[in-house]
Design a protein around this ligand. Structure first.
Ligand SMILES: *[C@@H]1O[C@H](CO)[C@@H](O)[C@H](O)[C@H]1NC(C)=O
Ligand SMILES: *[C@@H]1O[C@H](CO)[C@@H](O)[C@H](O)[C@H]1NC(C)=O
Length: 484
């Protein structure tokens, strides 16, 4: 007799809880539930983000362009949901996505890697990953800002700087390097200017900004996601991946963008074998003895998981890795020239043209605040010659005799590193890594923890990253004073 009122109170509270939906911090799951309960439309979502970009972007400079058709695309998505079209059941249906400014979209948006040299260039088609986003029902909200030319123009330009959008600003500590090159992708999700975003990585460009802006970044095995239509650095190392607020959101996006692409056939065919049947979502599960918890303990004690493992010929392997720059410089010139030639129209058609453009317009919006030394070094290369071949052989050997041997001999699941310190090891071998928020130092500066593994180990890395995230729940949204 006495229990009835208590149950009633509980139900009332429960209802009040479940009817509360707010857009900032909402996950893909939250948003899809709100769509299904008719509490939210894609149009409202896009309107909210556009407002928020208007308000916050002048400070944070994370978005370089907003898609003028985003609202229209949202209305179409809302209509599809109303009509119960099959596409409305897909994972990203009606979800706004920002893609890094080096990822081509065949719409009104420019694709410029932050450079004036590519403004008004016309791309032949959507990038492979954009095509897959659209097939999954996502709405391209706009382009995320980035370190100009993915940090391959100037060695002195700070992370998140480009001539068009200028310096991106870290939402936690304004003076902290927001890191690059996928800076805008990380800041835009951190500050709730969008639900999810895409970044790209050659060496550290997803992992580092994810760590510095306290978000989750997945750097997939090279070839798991198509690089077609992505302004290249090194086809041997380049990869496209999600940057999101939660591991689950990142896995939704990963599921949408992986797979074979006719325009990046060799790499995507080869990596397709790694995609688990039914996708990656089923790996969002907690291990029996929740590994996340023991990792947390290790993390707090300041120990390094591999501390007792000896890396054979460590110094020799490190010196081999140091050849990365030589290889990438030559690869960059070849790949960029091929990309520029393939554009439908463009003010620049080669690396040499871009260098001339930068000289000619030295004063254009302080384009030459930072010298183009990386460009000039790349321009001096002459294909894959004797030196490059030797370096490439050494890089392959360093991966095989270093990282792969270490992982296999010790039967390890993951290499755990703070910040994005392990990025070069993962970069040169095309290995995957996931960065998850791991805390804030006494000055409020965020740092991440990175789980790296062998090619195709995404299912295991996702389980570990999810376990760590669920056990620690360390991410706190930045304190944005100017709330929208
Ligand atoms: C693309 O660049 C052109 C030239 O500056 C500009 O007029 C246009 O508005 C840009 N597109 C978008 C969507 O911002
Ligand atoms: C790891 O990264 C942090 C942050 O970027 C840096 O301060 C530190 O020196 C790095 N440590 C090593 C061993 O590279």
């Amino acid at each position: 007799m006495m229990t009835a009122p208590i149950i009633l109170v509980f139900l009332l509270l429960h209802n009040a809880e479940s009817s509360k939906f707010t857009i900032p911090e909402a996950t893909i799951n939250d948003i899809q539930a709100a769509f299904n309960q008719n509490k939210l439309t894609s149009k409202q979502l896009v309107e909210f983000y556009i407002q928020r970009i208007r308000k916050l972007n002048p400070i944070h400079r994370a978005v370089i362009e907003v898609n003028p058709d985003a609202l229209h695309l949202a209305e179409i998505a809302d209509q599809e949901r109303k009509n119960k079209d099959p596409i409305s059941r897909f994972g990203l249906h009606g979800i706004p996505v920002l893609v890094k400014d080096n990822i081509a979209t065949k719409d009104k948006l420019n694709t410029t890697a932050g450079s004036y040299a590519l403004l008004n260039s016309v791309v032949p088609r959507d990038a492979g990953v954009v095509n897959k986003l659209r097939e999954s029902g996502a709405i391209i909200l706009g382009k995320a800002s980035m370190t100009e030319w993915a940090a391959f123009r100037s060695s002195s330009a700070p992370g998140g700087w480009n001539a068009r959008a200028k310096q991106a600003v870290n939402p936690y500590v304004a003076t902290l390097n927001p890191c690059g090159s996928s800076t805008g992708s990380a800041i835009s999700v951190a500050t709730n200017m969008v639900t999810v975003s895409l970044g790209t990585e050659t060496d550290g460009s997803i992992l580092c900004p994810s760590s510095a802006n306290s978000v989750v970044g997945i750097k997939p095995t090279v070839g798991l996601t198509s690089r077609s239509g992505v302004i290249p650095v090194s086809p041997r190392q380049d990869t496209v991946g999600p940057i999101c607020r939660t591991v689950a959101d990142a896995v939704y996006v990963l599921d949408a963008i992986v797979g074979f692409d006719i325009n990046d056939p060799a790499a995507t065919r080869k990596a397709s074998k790694y995609i688990p049947k039914g996708g990656y979502l089923k790996h969002l599960k907690l291990g029996r003895d929740n590994e996340g918890l023991s990792l947390l303990r290790i993390w707090q004690n300041g120990a390094i998981l591999i501390e007792n493992l000896e890396i054979i010929n460590f110094n020799r392997i490190i010196s081999m890795i140091n050849g990365e720059d030589i290889a990438v410089s030559a690869e960059f010139k070849l790949a960029l020239n091929a990309y520029l030639k393939n554009l439908v129209s463009s003010p620049v058609r080669s690396l040499s043209d871009v260098i001339s453009f930068n000289k000619k317009y030295a004063d254009l919006e302080r384009i030459n605040d930072y010298p183009q030394d990386v460009f000039l070094a790349a321009q001096k290369t002459n294909g894959i010659g004797k030196l490059e071949k030797e370096v490439l052989m050494n890089l392959a050997k360093a991966s095989k005799c270093g990282f792969e041997k270490l992982m296999n001999d010790n039967k390890l699941d993951a290499l755990v590193t703070p910040y994005s310190n392990g990025s070069s090891v993962l970069a040169i071998g095309g290995y995957p890594g996931i960065s998850v928020p791991a805390g804030y130092d006494k000055n409020g500066r965020p740092y991440g923890i990175c789980f790296g593994g062998l090619k195709g180990s995404e299912p295991t890395l996702i389980e570990i990253a999810y376990g760590f995230e669920q056990a620690t729940n360390l991410r706190k949204p930045p304190a944005i004073k100017d709330q929208v």
